[in-house]
Write a protein that binds this ligand. Sequence first.
Ligand SMILES: [Zn+2]
Length: 160
Amino acid sequence: MKPLADEQIVRHLRRAGAVAERAMAMARHPFGALLLAPDGETVLAEQGNIDTVNHAESTLARTAAANYPGAYLAQCTLVTTFEPCAMCAGTIYWAGIGRVLYGAQESQLLALTGSHPENPTLSLPCREVFARGQRAVEVIGPVAAVCDDMLAPHQGFWRR
Ligand SMILES: [Zn+2]
């Protein structure tokens, strides 16, 4: 797969952050994801969080699988503000998406949310989920340069 330049990594994660902000403006939890074409540049789709069983990444992975063949998705990248949970990592795996790029780690979010009833963080790193599969999924993240940007909309959100 075509490597992503540092500049692309930061730019795409910031765009995912804008999708998260949009979700928050729609009274949803501030998480956002993008699907990148094999060129690592074209954004094929954007998805914000919907609810606790329709996270941004799993919803986007289902949309991707419904619209693109597996051989194509194997060259695509799912970009997300936070490390995908086990549900989303599983859906990304089954959709056949080849690469995941995330900004900040689940554990950094847990430190903010505590044991919030709407975000009972499922602590299972996505790399561990993918390692159990038969197909390799490349993972990039966390990205220190954007962690504060990814966490910004969450500051205060979970204490409302
Ligand atoms: Zn998830």
